[in-house]
Design a protein around this ligand. Structure first.
Ligand code: PMP
Length: 361
């Protein structure tokens, strides 16, 4: 009814329509406050309630244990590449699993602050699988083991977490956050840029075990970059991204109302199966990832040639689909089908691809 397209962007990405409608309805005057949330003091009672509810709802959704803090930190995902080593590298040694572009960026950033040991990698096959992490060579003095749990560009995901041999597990969940149930107690720290499955870009949610918060950070660490700064101040040390917190809070409520993470997982499995089943039988389109590691969120695929890749992207745009071009580092096509992508969107895409194949082979 709004002329919206099926937007397959890897992020920023689609939001649930009902959430956008609610936000629109509250735009000019948020619940009798006389102002929009964008215009509100972050110290006001009305905003405090928005923040507190967002945290409480996220805690309920994920079943976050009491000994974990929930932080809303500005700067999106990239800032977390630096905050993680700055805060957690006590001995100056960290283990990273290299599974694609986003873990490579995290590694590069961590190398500024200490020694990085790459304990497993899928670089040998263009990051098309998740390496075996059942017996990693982790040094005794390692501060943590880091993974990118869903590689947005390469389209891989972990269905089994690494054996960290008792070390703290740190996970970048940006492109799979809230897409399936998560046992938070298995992690020391989870972080997620919110612009894929939750809300507007520019903010990350950080879930961190309390004993990892430190007073004794190196002097060079900016005040803002200390997790403890945020934990001690309810993420209100400075003016937070109030708008993003508000929008994320709406999505948390929407997810709770719609069956929580179990229901999301079921829906996401169904949606992804529609696309993967098609790719598996197609003689023209090929999925780019080993079957057992395929992401339910980001689905990269290719045609027999670069020219045909480009032609399908152009034709898909003309047919009303958006953002199907693969990331420049891998080419081909990629459909990102986060929580808010309706099943009808995936079905329509498959219909389009089927027709294209029939007409071009
Ligand atoms: N990690 C992952 C898995 C991502 O997909 C992205 C962004 N696409 C980032 C980190 C970086 O996030 P940001 O652009 O918010 O800095």
């Amino acid at each position: 009814k709004y002329g919206r397209t099926y937007n397959f962007s890897a992020g920023p990405a689609m939001m649930p329509e009902e959430v956008l409608e609610e936000i629109a309805a509250e735009m000019m005057n948020y619940r009798g406050s006389g102002m929009c949330v964008m215009e509100m003091s972050h110290r006001s009672k009305v905003f405090q309630q928005i923040r507190d509810e967002a945290e409480a709802d996220l805690r309920t959704l994920m079943g976050i244990p009491d000994n974990y803090k929930v932080l809303f930190v500005q700067g999106g995902g990239t800032v977390q590449f630096a905050m993680v080593p700055m805060n957690l590298m006590k001995n100056g040694v960290a283990c990273y699993v290299e599974t694609g572009n986003w873990s490579k960026k995290a590694i590069k950033e961590a190398q500024k602050y200490g020694e990085v040991k790459i304990v497993a990698s899928s670089a040998d096959k263009n990051f098309s699988y998740i390496p075996d992490c059942s017996d990693l060579d982790i040094p005794d003095n390692a501060d943590y083991v880091y993974i990118c749990e869903n590689e947005t560009i390469n389209g891989t995901t972990y269905f089994k977490l690494p054996d960290t041999k008792g070390k703290v597990l740190v996970s970048d969940q940006s492109s799979m956050f809230l897409s399936r149930p998560c046992d938070v107690s298995k992690y020391g720290l989870i972080w997620a840029g919110v612009q894929k499955n939750v809300g507007p870009a520019g903010m990350a949610v950080v879930i961190v075990r309390e004993d990892l918060l430190r007073d004794d950070l190196p002097k060079f660490v900016p005040t803002y970059m200390s997790y403890k700064t945020h934990a001690d101040n309810d993420s209100l040390y400075n003016t937070p991204n109030c708008w993003a917190i508000y929008c994320c809070g709406k999505v948390f409520k929407y997810l709770l109302k719609n069956g929580g993470l179990e229901a999301m997982n079921k829906r996401n499995e169904e949606k992804a199966a529609i696309l993967y089943d098609f790719l598996d039988q197609s003689k023209f389109f090929t999925g780019a990832v080993r079957k057992e590691d395929r992401s339910l969120m980001n689905v990269p695929f290719v045609t027999p040639s670069k020219e045909q890749d480009a032609d399908v992207v152009a034709a898909s745009k003309a047919a009303g689909f958006d953002n199907l071009k693969g990331h420049k580092s891998v080419g081909g096509l990629r459909a990102s089908i986060y929580n808010a992508m309706p099943k009808e969107g995936v079905e329509a895409l498959v219909e389009f691809l089927k027709k294209y194949e029939a007409e071009h082979t």
